[in-house]
Design a protein around this ligand. Structure first.
Ligand code: ADP
Length: 502
C-alpha cells in the first residue's frame, strides 16, 4: 500500500522522529558550541573527535538515520565555520580530504554501533528463547507431576539400564516406598528374588535381541513391598523413545484382592467338584452294580446249568457248550458296560487352548504362592522356554496350584523352607518341576500316592494327587515324584508339545 503525501508528512513529524532528529541537531549544535568554546586553545584547528562524538552519541541513542543527519550536519558545519575562509564553503582539496576522512570514520562508527546493537538484539532473542524453553519445560514437568500424582494405576518409568526415573503416587502407596527412595535406583529393588538378580538380564536381552517377553503384552508377576511382603500384580510395559533415549513405562495393578477371590472361588469349586465326584461315584457304583448284576447272575446261572448238564454224560456235551457260549456272551456284555462307563468318564468336556508353559506356570505361582513370603518360604524359579502345549489351562493350573500348596503345607514343619519351580524342555516335552525342602513322603502314602483317598492330613481328602494324575493323563502327559538328594521331594509334570498330544 502506498502512503499518501499527508501520511508521509505525518510520519516524518511523528513524535519519535522529532525526538530522534532533534537529538541529531542538538548533538551537532553541542559539538559546535564546545568547539567554538575551545577555539582559543585549539588554535583554529577543527577537531573531528568532538563532532565524531556527537555522531556516535546520536547513533547510540537515536538510530542510524538521525546519526547520518548528524554526520552530514557536522561536515557542513566544519566546512562552513572552521575551514578558511570562515563563513564560506571551502574548496581547498586538503579540507575536502579531511571531510572525506571524517565522513568515512563517522560512517564506520555508525555501522559499528548498528552491528553491536544487532548482536545485542540477537543475544536478547536467544535469552528470551531460553526463558521460553525453560518455562515450557517447567510447565511440562508440572503436567508430568500432576499425571504421576493423579494416575489411578501405579506407574514406574525406567531407563534402558533399569534405573527408575519416576514413580507415581499410586505406586508409592502400593509399594510403601516414597518416590525419593526409588528414583535413581534400580527397579529390581521392587522385585523379590530370583527376579531381582535376573531383571538386568531381561532388559539386556530385550535391548540385544528385541525379543519382547513382557513389553506390549502384560503379565502377572510377583512384586516386593518395602516391608518385605510380596504381592501378585498385573504388569503392562510400554516402550518409548524420549530425546533419543529408550524409556520403559510400567503400569501396575495389584491383583491381591482379585486373586484372593479367585482362590476362594477355586477352593469352592474344588470342594464342589469333590462333593459332586463323591455323589457321582456313589450313583455310578449303584448303576454299575445294577447293570453288572444282570450279566453276572446270568453267567453264574449258565455255569451252574452247564455243570449239571455235563453230569449227564458225553451225550450232553453239545448242550453244555451252548450254555458256555451264552455265559461268554454275557461276560462280553459286562465288559461293554464297563467300556461305556470309561468312555463316558474320559470324554467329559474340556476347553483346550495352545499355551506357553512359562506363562501358565507364572500365573499358577502368583496364585498359589501369594502368601509364601509371609510364611517364610523362599521362592526360586528357573522358567526357561519350553514347547507350547495344548491344554485345558484351568485344569493344568489346578494341578500346579495343588502341587505348590502341598509343598507349602509339607514345609510348615521344617526350618529351611524353599520352593523351587522349574520349567524346561525335556525330550520335545514341556516339563514342570516343583521341588520343596519338606520332610519327604510318609512311607504309608509313598506307594499309593496317586490313588484316591490317600492322605496323611487330619482334614485332608486325599483326592488332590489322584485328580492331578487323571488330569495329566487325559492331556497325554505324566505326573511322577522323585526324592531329592537333599531334603524334600520333587513333583514332575510332563506335557506333550501342542499338535502331538493323544
Ligand atoms: P491331601 O492334600 O488332601 O492330603 P493329596 O492327594 O494332595 O491330598 O496328597 C496326598 C498326600 O500326599 C498328602 O496327605 C501328603 O501326605 C502327601 N504329599 C503330597 N505332597 C507332598 C509333599 N510335597 N511332601 C510330602 N508329602 C506330600
Amino acid at each position: 500500500m502506498r502512503r499518501t503525501k499527508l501520511q508521509t508528512v505525518a510520519w516524518w513529524i511523528s513524535r519519535s522522529n522529532i525526538r530522534a532528529y532533534g537529538f541529531a541537531v542538538l548533538a551537532t549544535l553541542f559539538s559546535y558550541l564546545v568547539r567554538t568554546g575551545l577555539d582559543a586553545v585549539l588554535n583554529a584547528r577543527p577537531t573531528f573527535s568532538l563532532f565524531a562524538f556527537g555522531v556516535l552519541a546520536t547513533a547510540v541513542f537515536a538510530g542510524v538515520r538521525p546519526a547520518v543527519l548528524a554526520m552530514v550536519l557536522s561536515a557542513a558545519v566544519m566546512n562552513v565555520f572552521f575551514f578558511e575562509p570562515l563563513g564560506h564553503i571551502s574548496h581547498d582539496p586538503r579540507d575536502l580530504v579531511e571531510l572525506v576522512l571524517f565522513v568515512t570514520i563517522a560512517g564506520g562508527m555508525i555501522a559499528l554501533t548498528q552491528l553491536a546493537s544487532a548482536s545485542a538484539e540477537q543475544a536478547q532473542t536467544a535469552i528470551d528463547r531460553q526463558r521460553e524453553l525453560s518455562d515450557q519445560l517447567q510447565s511440562e514437568e508440572a503436567t508430568q507431576r500432576a499425571i504421576l500424582a493423579t494416575i489411578p494405576d501405579a506407574m514406574v518409568v525406567i531407563d534402558a539400564k533399569g534405573i527408575v526415573q519416576s514413580f507415581s503416587s499410586a505406586a508409592e502407596k502400593l509399594f510403601g516406598h516414597t518416590a525419593q527412595e526409588v528414583i535413581g535406583r534400580n527397579v529390581s529393588m521392587l522385585m523379590p528374588q530370583p527376579f531381582r538378580d535376573e531383571h538386568d538380564g531381561y532388559i539386556g536381552r530385550f535391548l540385544r535381541t528385541g525379543e519382547a517377553r513382557i513389553i506390549g503384552r502384560g503379565r502377572t508377576v510377583t512384586a516386593l513391598k518395602k516391608d518385605g511382603t510380596t504381592f501378585p500384580m498385573d504388569l503392562a510395559v510400554g516402550e518409548a523413545h524420549v530425546a533419543g533415549r529408550r524409556t520403559f513405562v510400567g503400569f501396575i495393578r495389584d491383583l491381591t484382592a482379585k486373586l484372593e477371590s479367585e482362590r476362594h472361588l477355586q477352593r469352592l469349586q474344588s470342594e464342589l467338584l469333590h462333593a459332586s465326584r463323591l455323589t457321582a461315584m456313589g450313583e455310578m457304583s449303584a448303576a454299575l452294580a445294577h447293570e453288572l448284576n444282570q450279566p453276572l447272575t446270568a453267567i453264574s446261572n449258565y455255569a451252574k446249568a452247564a455243570r449239571r448238564t455235563l453230569a449227564g454224560g458225553a451225550a450232553k456235551i453239545e448242550d453244555a457248550r451252548g450254555m458256555m457260549d451264552k455265559a461268554a456272551a454275557q461276560a462280553l456284555r459286562a465288559g461293554q458296560i464297563i467300556k461305556r462307563l470309561r468312555d463316558f468318564v474320559e470324554h467329559r468336556d474340556m476347553t483346550r487352548t495352545i499355551e506357553d508353559p512359562v506363562k501358565v506356570v507364572e500365573e499358577a505361582m502368583a496364585l498359589a504362592l501369594v502368601d509364601a513370603g509371609q510364611a517364610g518360604v523362599r521362592i526360586r524359579s528357573e522358567l526357561t522356554a519350553a514347547p507350547e502345549v495344548y491344554i485345558d489351562k484351568i485344569q493344568i493350573q489346578q494341578v500346579l496350584v495343588n502341587l505348590m500348596r502341598n509343598a507349602l503345607e509339607a514345609m510348615q514343619a521344617v526350618e529351611d523352607r524353599t520352593i523351587y519351580v522349574k520349567v524346561a524342555a525335556e525330550d520335545t516335552h514341556a516339563e514342570i518341576a516343583i521341588c520343596d525342602t519338606g520332610p519327604g513322603l510318609a512311607p504309608e502314602v509313598a506307594a499309593r500316592l496317586f490313588q484316591p483317598f490317600v492322605t496323611t492330613k487330619k482334614t485332608g481328602m486325599g483326592v488332590g494327587l489322584s485328580i492331578c494324575h487323571s488330569i495329566a493323563e487325559s492331556h497325554g502327559g505324566r505326573i511322577w515324584v522323585t526324592v531329592n538328594e537333599g531334603p524334600g521331594v520333587t513333583f514332575h509334570v510332563s506335557l506333550p508339545p501342542a499338535g502331538t498330544e493323544a
